[in-house]
Design a protein around this ligand. Structure first.
Ligand SMILES: CC(C)(COP(=O)(O)OP(=O)(O)OC[C@H]1O[C@@H](n2cnc3c(N)ncnc32)[C@H](O)[C@@H]1OP(=O)(O)O)[C@@H](O)C(=O)NCCC(=O)NCCS
Length: 280
C-alpha cells in the first residue's frame, strides 16, 4: 500500500463493513449506516503507511484495488489493524493472500493480536492463521449517573506520560503503543493514575483503550470514563478475563451483549486491559 492507495482503501473498508452490518443485521435492528466520514480512518492509515509500510498491503485485480490489510509491529507484538475485501469478491481467497503478506511484517514476533469483527469469514481466516478467538463482551448505553462513585487518584495525562504508558503496554502486550499514541489521542482524552499504575483513552461516547497494573486502578479509570460520558457510552472490547469491567458496566446500568473476538497468538488475554479495536 502506498499513500496514494489510502483513499480507495478507506472506501473498500467502509463498503466491506457496511455490507457486513447488512449481512448480520437481526430482525428489528436499525438500518446500518455506512461510515459517514472517513477522514480519521484516512489520517490513521497514512500514519501506518509511514511507520509500518511493509505491514500494509493492497490486493489488485485488473489494475483496481479490491482488498486491503494494514498491520503494525511493536517490539514483541504484531497487530493486524484493518482487513477488508470488496463486497462481491469475498470468500474467494483474496483475504488469505492479503493476510499472509501482512503477516510477513511480523515475522519473528512471538506475539500477535487482532480485533475480529463478527464476520464468520474473518473468524475462519484467523483460526486458519493460528489465532485463538476470545469473544468480546460489549457494554453499551446511557450511564446511570446516580451509580457513579467518588473517584480519586487520577489526573489528565500528557505526552510526558507516554514513556511509562509504553512500559505498561510492554507488560500487557509485549510492545508499546509508541507512535500510535497520536492516533489514540485523536480518538479520546488521556486520563492517568497519578501513581502511574494505569491509563485510559476515552471520548465522551466510547472507551478507546484502558490498561492498569491492578484491577482497583482499572475500575477507577473506567468509572472516570463513564463519569465523562455524554449520551450513550460504549466499551466494546471486554474479554472474559476482564470481568471487573462487566461489574462496573452493569453497575452503571449499561447493557451487556457479545460481538466479535480478540484474536491472539503466543499470548493469553491481557488483564486488566481493554484493547483498542484497531491499534490493540
Ligand atoms: C474478512 C475478509 C477480509 C476476508 O477476506 P476474504 O477474501 O473473504 O477471505 P478468504 O476468501 O480468503 O477466506 C474466507 C473463508 O471463509 C469461507 N467462507 C466463504 N463463505 C462463507 C460463509 N458464508 N460462512 C463461513 N465461511 C465462509 C471461505 O471458504 C474461506 O475459508 P477457506 O479458506 O477455509 O475455504 C472479508 O470477508 C471481509 O472484508 N469481510 C468484511 C469486513 C471484515 O469483517 N473484516 C475483518 C475485520 S476484523
Amino acid at each position: 500500500m502506498s499513500t496514494d492507495d489510502v483513499d480507495i482503501a478507506e472506501e473498500i473498508s467502509a463498503d466491506a463493513f457496511h455490507a457486513l452490518d447488512l449481512r448480520l443485521r437481526g430482525a428489528g435492528d436499525p438500518d446500518p449506516v455506512r461510515r459517514p466520514d472517513g477522514s480519521a480512518w484516512i489520517a490513521r492509515t497514512r500514519r501506518l503507511v509511514a511507520t509500518d509500510g511493509p505491514g500494509c498491503w493492497v490486493a489488485e485485480a485488473d489494475g483496481a484495488v479490491v482488498g486491503i490489510a494494514t498491520s503494525i509491529r511493536r517490539e514483541q507484538v504484531w497487530c493486524l489493524v484493518t482487513f477488508a475485501v470488496r463486497p462481491g469478491l469475498q470468500g474467494s481467497g483474496i483475504g488469505a493472500r492479503l493476510l499472509a503478506a501482512a503477516e510477513r511484517h511480523g515475522a519473528g514476533c512471538p506475539r500477535a493480536m487482532l480485533s475480529a469483527s463478527a464476520d464468520p469469514l474473518a473468524a475462519r481466516r484467523y483460526h486458519a492463521a493460528g489465532f485463538a478467538l476470545h469473544p468480546h463482551l460489549r457494554l453499551e448505553g446511557p450511564v446511570d449517573r446516580s451509580a457513579l462513585p467518588v473517584v480519586t487518584g487520577l489526573r489528565a495525562g500528557t505526552e510526558a506520560d507516554r514513556e511509562w504508558l509504553d512500559d505498561l503496554d510492554r507488560h500487557h502486550r509485549g510492545g508499546p503503543h509508541g507512535p500510535d499514541h497520536d492516533a489514540l489521542a485523536a480518538d479520546g482524552d488521556l486520563v492517568v493514575a497519578a501513581d502511574r499504575s494505569g491509563y485510559a483513552y476515552a471520548s465522551p461516547h466510547r472507551l478507546v483503550v484502558l490498561a492498569a497494573r491492578e484491577e482497583a486502578t482499572a475500575r477507577m479509570l473506567l468509572w472516570e470514563c463513564l463519569a465523562r460520558a455524554e449520551g450513550s457510552f460504549l466499551a466494546s472490547h471486554v474479554t472474559a478475563v476482564n470481568a471487573w469491567a462487566v461489574d462496573v458496566g452493569l453497575a452503571a446500568r449499561l447493557v451487556l451483549s457479545t460481538r466479535g473476538y480478540l484474536g491472539l497468538r503466543g499470548m493469553a488475554p491481557p488483564a486488566p486491559y481493554l484493547h483498542d479495536g484497531a491499534l490493540l
